[in-house]
Write a protein that binds this ligand. Structure first.
Ligand code: ATP
Length: 260
């Protein structure tokens, strides 16, 4: 479905350019959650941004990001813009980056649906309520009239998921979606993501520095370090029999765990 191969990224730096990604390979498949782990600054977020064409000004890329046969890296900005949010969607750690504080949840969802899917007001409202139900927000119709601050952090993150799913994307890039949440709330949001991935056949790239989160829901795991994928494989294998020294170090750092 989405295949990243040999992706390099150079960003402008004070003394010329800085290579951020050194040939990243990743494959996302429908109905599968691919976890992307690695320390801060290893290039996880930039990999997600490259897929969406949301890189900083002056960014230069080589390699290929094939989505259903089209190379996203060479797609003209207009076409990439049309694809973003529809075929490929993204959500972030902090729901306030997806939610406007001054607009009701209903307004935010319906604006999105009317703009992207050209639904009329009534159809957009019905679809918005359906989406809130899908992410398990209680009383969806009533919730449409409320503002973001009237929901808990976990509920806000569920609403951000609803917005990310509004246009029925095939690929969802979730960047640290549960990092800002309490552990108990985290588990609910992760279960929700897992269920949506299974039910909708979504291909998910789950970016997280937290191998605990990874072990809870990912099917495949890749580990990045210094702009490279150093290890990739099925979750069970990577987390119990890591091939790479760095993955072992990450696992040893998990509280209450040691590698086998
Ligand atoms: N706008 C920018 N201009 C130049 N360099 C940047 C910019 N944004 C990020 N970088 C650099 O790109 C590298 C990769 O950053 P990235 O945000 O992808 O890492 P990450 O693995 O997602 O880390 P984190 O877990 O902290 O989000 C880092 O060295 C960072 O300093």
């Amino acid at each position: 479905m989405l295949e990243i191969s040999g992706l390099t990224l150079d960003l402008p730096a004070e003394d010329g350019t800085k290579r951020i990604l050194h040939g990243v390979d990743l494959t996302l498949r429908p109905g599968r959650i691919h976890g992307l782990a690695g320390e801060s600054g290893s290039g996880k977020t930039m990999t997600g941004f490259a897929v969406l064409g949301l890189l900083p000004p002056g960014a230069r890329t080589t390699g290929r990001i094939a989505f259903e046969g089209t190379d996203l890296l060479t797609l003209p900005p207009r076409q990439l813009g049309a694809l973003r949010g529809r075929a490929v969607s993204m959500m972030f750690q902090d729901p306030s980056t997806s939610l406007h504080p001054m607009l009701t949840i209903g307004r935010q969802l319906t604006d999105h649906l009317r703009h992207h899917l050209k639904l009329d007001r009534k159809a957009a409202r019905a679809r918005a309520a359906e989406l809130l139900g899908q992410v398990r927000i209680p009383n969806p119709l009533e919730a449409l009239g409320r503002y973001p601050h009237q929901f808990s952090g976990g509920m806000r993150q569920r609403i951000a998921i609803a917005i990310a799913l509004a246009c029925e994307p095939k690929v969802l890039i979730a960047d640290e979606p549960t990092t800002a949440l309490d552990v108990t709330v985290q588990a609910g949001v992760l279960r929700l993501l897992r269920g949506l991935c299974d039910d909708l056949g979504l291909a998910v790239l789950l970016v997280t520095h937290d191998l605990g989160v990874m072990s809870a829901i990912a099917d495949e795991v890749s580990v990045m370090r210094h702009g490279r994928v150093v290890e990739t494989g099925p979750r069970g294998r990577v987390l119990t029999e890591p091939h790479h020294e760095y993955t072992r170090t990450l696992l040893d750092a998990l509280p209450g765990r040691s590698t086998v």
